[in-house]
Design a protein around this ligand. Structure first.
Ligand code: GLV
Length: 302
């Protein structure tokens, strides 16, 4: 059997430990090698997550690089990524459902004021708050791709009003969603246009007292602006799953802020089996002289 050599490129975690066994089972025609392999010119494929800045330079024969999930911004921003190299992303059908679970939990958390009740319980304080029906709550969703669409459908199924926005809808459409939303969910891909989009200008256009569920990328958020919006009461709470530097530093103010719930980038990820299948399919397509079917549009950025 001819095998495709695939280099593992990550400055963030030990990919071999995470993917080694599952690749052997689900992508047997792919041989994983480390970045210090003795034969870099025999490597035609890469699997990457937050690759080191010079990660691609040793590999002149690469034909494609595959990410390990839906967001491949961390690969596109790598300075050594060769121009024109196809970038493949993993579209695990389970990722939409997992994201819908995560978002639903936080929508309920804000809608039904569980944070307030937890606080009251610590003080043995009985104070009732009867939440409005879901049909009187609007959830705004920024980013209406495959995952955003599934989140929207789940919330609508429970009776929430959903207002969605995608970049093609333009700035006026965004303003309308911000003004209406009691809870705003960020599911945008990270591109030069969306970097820093969650800033004081956006928070000022949101409904007073609204809350934020941030499950896009850490770089979408201007952290100081969020803290100011929470401290002034402009926003009432935020659930944050993604950060520009992960793990979040122990000294970061987000950990102890009463209006913030922090989770360690767990909202939704592609299963290792699906990553292995995507890699195997990509290797087979390249071996057959075909372009990878799961390649993203590099100019668009997702
Ligand atoms: C997770 O962050 C992903 O991009 O799939």
């Amino acid at each position: 059997m001819t095998t495709t050599r695939c280099v593992l490129l990550s400055a963030a975690f030990d990919m071999h430990e995470y993917f080694g066994a599952v690749m052997a089972e689900h992508a047997p025609a792919v041989t994983l090698v480390g970045p210090d392999t003795a034969e870099p010119e025999a490597v035609t494929l890469a699997l990457a997550w937050r690759p080191p800045g010079d990660g691609f330079t040793r590999f002149p024969a690469l034909q494609a690089v595959c990410g390990i999930g839906a967001g491949i911004d961390n690969i596109l921003s790598c300075p050594s990524l060769p121009a024109g190299l196809p970038v493949v992303r993993v579209l695990d059908p389970r990722q939409g459902a997992a994201m819908a679970e995560y978002v639903l939990f936080h929508v309920l958390w804000h809608h039904r004021r569980f944070g307030r009740f937890l606080e009251q319980q610590r003080q043995a304080r009985w104070q009732r708050f009867v939440a409005p029906p879901a049909g009187e709550m609007t959830v705004g969703i920024l980013g209406l791709g495959r995952i955003g669409g599934e989140v929207a459908g789940t919330l609508q199924g429970l009776g929430y009003r959903v207002a969605g926005w995608r970049r093609a809808d333009g700035p006026a459409g965004l303003d309308a969603v911000l003004a209406r939303s009691d809870i705003l969910v960020n599911l945008l891909p990270l591109t030069p246009e969306t970097r820093g989009i969650l800033d004081h200008r956006l928070f000022r256009r949101m409904k007073p007292g609204a809350s934020l569920v941030q499950v896009g990328r850490g770089e979408h958020l201007v952290e100081a602006d969020l803290l100011a919006a929470l401290d002034s009461g402009r926003l009432s709470g935020a659930a944050l799953d993604v950060f520009p530097d992960e793990p979040l530093a122990a000294s970061h103010p987000f950990w102890h802020h009463p209006g913030i719930v922090v989770t360690p980038h767990v909202a939704s990820e592609a299963s290792p089996v699906e990553v292995a299948r995507t890699l195997a399919r990509t290797a087979a397509e390249l071996a057959a002289g075909q372009p990878p079917s799961a390649a993203i549009d590099r100019r668009r950025g997702y």
